[in-house]
Design a protein around this ligand. Structure first.
Ligand code: HGY
Ligand code: MN
Ligand code: MN
Length: 431
């Protein structure tokens, strides 16, 4: 086994030596400037100029450290370190794209941590001359957030075969620009399928406050909450907002509003188990003197219990009929994305626990409520998912923050996990 830098006993809260800690924080500060908003957040949605700029910066950083950069057919960005010709890869990373006016850490922290972990392991292997069982790849998944292009986790969904490439390339944004059209001029559309994966690791901020509330530094993610996401179209009829008598109105915005309120009432029926939201709503013609004829909205259900989610979906279907009746409108629901609770491989959780124990970081098992690319990856290869705390659980918000010591502790644990995976710690199944 390769030697690990001994953890200085007076470590401030992480086990990295000062040089490594400084280098990581300096790169994180550079990365946080891409798409920076005035409030300490970022806006770097998929394939926007800020996303393109940060991807070019990551490419140069990876190449500086001797990794070969390639892009697959859906624009996933890989930094490849081939130490054993022909061997499959430990794929380590997350996503750099963000929600509009969001936080600096969501996804981007995991891509940079993957980079620094793999660079450190490569240095160790060069020093010891040891050969790993697997090669190493940094990944920056395309369009994890699904804000500009729906659905989320798009790049890893195509990579794992959960979404057809053609369907993903054809998705259009608000202005009718397709993924293909957005990516074509960037040079990020490759012609391959990306590296063959033996296993995967991702580190991410919790985006909740369980770790912070319990004083835990490292979250060992055992499974995800399930999700059901819908695109809902409400069809009514345009009419004069003043002159049209009330019984004649077919008000699409009234129908949409009833659904928004129902979504919250549904969550209130299953407290602590079901989360619901409508985060995006487009009104047509959106004129102050016109009763709306059409509304398109995105409805998001997350649930810790698949039976409850099935019941919630049934209650939703029944409510649709009532809304149509009361608002004299028609509602159409299209399931745009869903995933189950399927657990991460227990042997991966055990490996991560042993590393956190060895390094002396407070750690505990946790579920992820947010979606991540690792949710897709665990369907095809053994996958380890780690969390670090989010201050007050704030995320998808410019105020998103993680303490430097926690971010560095996460990097330390990720490095230990990836080192084990590289040496065959989780067996060698390939995609
Ligand atoms: O859908 C999700 O939970 C992720 O944040 N994109
Ligand atoms: Mn994320
Ligand atoms: Mn996110």
């Amino acid at each position: 086994m390769t030697t690990q830098d001994a953890r200085p006993s007076n470590a401030p809260g992480h086990g990295l030596d000062a040089g490594r800690a400084e280098a990581f924080l300096a790169d994180f500060a550079t990365m946080s400037a891409f798409g920076a908003t005035g409030n300490g957040g970022v806006d770097r949605q998929a394939a926007t100029p800020a996303d393109i700029e940060q991807r070019r910066w990551l490419q140069s950083l990876l190449e500086q450290h001797g990794l070969r950069v390639e892009y697959d057919r859906i624009g996933n960005q890989f930094g490849l370190l081939e130490l054993v010709p022909g061997a499959p890869y430990v794929v380590v990373g997350s996503h750099m794209d963000s929600q509009p006016t969001a936080g600096r850490y969501d996804g981007a922290y995991g891509v940079l941590a993957a980079t620094h972990a793999i660079v450190r392991i490569a240095e160790e292997l060069r020093e010891t001359g040891e050969l790993p069982q697997h090669n190493l790849a940094v990944v920056n998944w395309f369009n994890e957030e699904g804000s500009r292009f729906v659905p989320s986790m798009m790049g890893s969904s195509v990579y794992t075969g959960l979404m057809p490439l053609e369907a993903a390339l054809a998705v259009t944004d608000h202005d009718g620009v397709s993924v293909q059209q957005a990516l074509e001029p960037t040079g990020f559309l490759g012609d391959g399928d990306g590296p063959v994966a033996a296993c995967c690791a991702e580190i991410h901020i919790e985006q909740g406050r369980l770790l912070e509330d319990s004083g835990t530094t490292i979250g060992l993610v055992t499974a995800s909450w399930a999700a059901s996401k819908y695109v809902v179209t409400v069809e009514g009829e345009q009419s004069h907002s003043g002159a049209t008598v009330m019984p004649d109105r077919r008000d699409a915005l009234l129908g949409a509003s009833m659904l928004v309120v129902f979504a919250r009432e549904l969550a209130d029926r299953f407290p602590g188990v079901l989360h619901t939201a409508v985060g995006q709503l487009d009104v047509y013609p959106n004129s102050p003197v016109v009763v709306a004829s059409r509304v398109r909205l995105l409805l998001d259900l997350r649930c810790a219990d698949e039976a409850v989610l099935a019941e919630a979906n049934e209650l939703l279907a029944a409510e649709i009929a009532r809304i149509e009746e009361r608002a004299s409108v028609r509602l159409e629901l299209e399931r745009s994305h869903e995933w189950g609770i399927n657990p991460y491989q227990p042997e991966g959780v055990a490996l991560a626990r042993s590393i956190a124990e060895q390094l002396g970081y407070p750690h505990d098992e946790i579920l992820t409520v947010a979606g991540h690319d690792s949710i897709n990856m665990k369907e095809i290869v053994p996958t380890v998912m780690l969390f670090v705390p989010s201050i007050q659980g704030i995320s998808h918000n410019e105020g998103e923050e993680t303490r430097d010591d926690d971010a560095l502790a996460g990097l330390d644990v990720l490095t230990g996990v990836v080192r084990q995976l590289a040496m065959g710690g989780l067996g060698a199944s390939t995609r």
